[in-house]
Write a protein that binds this ligand. Structure first.
Ligand code: ADP
Length: 307
């Protein structure tokens, strides 16, 4: 049965749709580490384990959009993402939930980083036209629906041009949201930066389906060193934006980048500079979600380009 579009009324209903009428939840163990949601490893009567995230009822949309992102990434078949088993509102437990395949994690090895580099590059080179607007092939960037970056809203209006998309759906909404942190001179510089974005970015050679929030906590190593990505903020954009996020809080091992470049070469000249503008989106989002600790880094980038 394809459960992907059913909003279930309980976790039990979702479990039974996925594993059969006789499936019963035996236990659930809390998993630490999530930023936003409560997370559990749930064990079923048949011995299967599933991963379940829960949040307030009113936040069901977090899970609908996360499921959409996981399904898009999974559909490329280029890198492993947990299969979505079901989502909905659990009335008895008073929460919304998202149930998915459980990943048995293993320590990260060199071979893992190499595989991860290859597979992410393959994802970025995969055909992705259908994820923006299946009826209008001219719309190359964006996503079928808006979603979230962490707990922050992320607009995904389809666009023919990357730079326009990045200005209108990425930097501009975050800068507007951050106005209370930015003094007038920084706001003016930010406007100047937005007006001249064409001078600093370029239209990518091809659009890529992105994970969208690729910090190290959103990559997992499974049994046998398999590479998994979790918790996406997926959309179609410039692959350099995903690479930038892998480096924002400290780069991944060199093996990852050399393996990545074998399949999708990184432009050593232009990327290091463009990367700063991709960092800016994530840093603005952190500023808006977590407060002034991120203001210095935001202002530094704005000054660098429009100072
Ligand atoms: P949040 O949305 O709250 O940030 P995450 O999706 O990052 O939550 O998940 C929280 C933690 O649960 C992760 O750091 C990871 O250790 C673990 N985890 C996430 N997805 C799975 C999964 N499918 N199988 C097993 N563990 C998972």
């Amino acid at each position: 049965m394809d459960n992907s579009k059913t909003v279930f009324r309980s976790l039990e209903n979702a479990v039974q749709a996925a594993f059969g009428e006789s499936a019963v939840i035996l236990r659930s163990d809390s998993i630490p580490g999530g930023d936003i949601n409560d997370a559990y490893r749930v064990t079923l009567s048949g011995g299967q384990k599933i991963f379940v995230k829960a949040n307030r009822v009113r936040n069901l949309n977090f899970f609908l959009t996360e499921a959409e992102g996981l399904e898009a990434l999974g559909a490329t078949r280029k890198i492993k993402v947990p299969e979505v088993l079901g989502y909905g509102i659990d009335e008895r437990r008073g929460c919304s939930f998202l149930a998915m395949e459980y990943i048995e994690s293993a320590p990260r090895t060199e071979a893992y980083w190499e595989r991860f580099g290859h597979q992410l590059a393959e994802l970025h080179r995969a055909e992705c036209g259908l994820f923006v607007d299946p009826k209008d092939a001219k719309q190359k960037y964006g996503f079928s629906e808006d979603n979230y970056i962490g707990a922050g809203p992320q607009k995904n209006d389809p666009s023919e041009r990357w730079i326009e998309f990045y200005r209108e759906c990425r930097l501009l909404p975050q800068i507007r949201r951050a106005e209370r942190y930015l003094d007038l001179s920084v706001r003016r510089k930010a406007d100047r930066l937005l007006d001249h974005l064409d001078s600093y970015l370029r239209e990518p050679e091809f659009p890529s389906l992105l994970h969208g929030d690729l910090w190290s906590g959103n990559m997992m190593c499974g049994r046998g060193g398999s590479a998994w990505i979790i918790d996406p903020a997926a959309y179609v954009g410039d692959f350099e934006a995903d690479l930038a996020m892998t480096q924002l809080f400290g780069s991944l091992p060199g093996m990852f980048y050399s393996a990545y470049s074998e399949i999708n070469p990184i432009d050593r000249e232009g990327y290091p500079e463009r990367r700063k503008l991709y960092d800016l989106y994530y840093l603005l989002n952190h500023l808006n979600l977590f407060g002034a600790g991120y203001l210095g880094s935001v202002v530094e980038i704005i000054n660098r380009f429009a100072g």
